[in-house]
Design a protein around this ligand. Structure first.
Ligand SMILES: C[S@@+](CC[C@H](N)C(=O)[O-])C[C@H]1O[C@@H](n2cnc3c(N)ncnc32)[C@H](O)[C@@H]1O
Length: 270
């Protein structure tokens, strides 16, 4: 029977399409063994279970690792994810860092996450702001199923509520912090099979120029933001020049935040 060391080399070679081929293999083998990746790396002589083979086949077909393992780490949390919900992206942690920096030692009382998916932004913020409560909105029932499960798993079900709806259309009241990572990919943009063939199109595409959802969201942010509050939206790295005026037209002052790669990633409107 192959040992872990050899099996990882073989699996990573099958994942040459992935920039994180070796990491993918380690995560899948740790999942098959039911242990943490760190524990796997401490002993690479261990035997490989038969259940690893089918996982390798799924990844070789470019299924996202997070859909295979059913979880994805985001900020301080391990979130349950699966088909029907976008896999949280590391780039979105820029928005969390920007929100924490903006509010500093005075956390907002009410947070609204528009397009919450598996609860990503809302739950990460509520984990930091223990006195805050929040609402996550999505129009995907599947995504909301994961969001609710994640709120329970992370011990935040008493502070996080989820609502199915078309952005903020059905909401009333004011929120001190509104966050959103809406779909922002243009319909003709080329995408890898990993994204295009597995992740929900409704979480990705926003009209020919990728801006349709920002156009709808901008006036809703104005209406739902409490005085003195801040709205933060994630953007594609080439969209700052197009999205900033949409927010400024609503009377907002806009501050740009960059991701760890130095690319424009978040607009903070206040
Ligand atoms: C790019 S995904 C982001 C998901 C999550 N916020 C994250 O960062 O992992 C966009 C989300 O917006 C949701 N969405 C798209 N159009 C929507 C609409 N009109 N109203 C509410 N949610 C919408 C999608 O279902 C999807 O979950």
């Amino acid at each position: 029977m192959a040992n872990a060391r050899d099996a990882l080399v073989e699996a990573a070679a099958r994942f040459s399409f992935s920039p994180t081929a070796r990491l993918d293999a380690e995560l899948l083998l740790a999942h098959a063994l039911g242990i943490e990746r760190n524990a796997l790396l401490l002993d690479l002589t261990r035997a490989v279970p038969d259940s690893f083979g089918p996982l390798v086949e799924r990844r070789a077909a470019q299924e996202p690792v997070a859909y295979i393992t059913g979880t994805r780490g985001f900020w301080t949390l391990d979130l349950k994810v699966g088909p029907g919900a976008l896999v949280p992206r590391a780039d979105s942690e820029t928005l969390i860092a920007a929100a924490l920096a903006h509010f500093g030692g005075t956390p907002p009382a009410m947070v609204l996450d528009l397009g919450t998916g598996p609860g990503t932004l809302l739950l990460a913020l509520l984990d930091e702001w223990r006195s805050a409560r929040g609402i996550g909105v999505d129009y995907s029932a599947e995504a909301l199923g994961y969001a609710l499960a994640n709120a329970r798993l992370c011990g935040m079900a008493d502070r996080a509520r989820f609502v199915r709806g078309d952005w903020a259309g059905a909401l009333t009241g004011a929120f001190d912090c509104i966050v959103s990572n809406p779909p922002y990919i243009g319909t003709a943009e080329p995408l890898s099979p990993e994204v295009k063939d597995y992740e929900p199109a409704a979480a990705l595409f926003a009209g020919p120029d990728g801006l349709d959802d920002y156009r709808r969201l901008a006036p809703m942010l104005r209406r739902r933001l409490a005085p003195g509050g801040a709205a933060l939206v994630e953007i594609g790295y080439e969209q700052a020049a197009a999205v900033t005026p949409l927010l400024e037209e609503q009377g907002f002052r806009v501050v740009l935040h960059r991701d760890l790669g130095g690319r424009p990633r978040v607009l903070l409107a206040h």
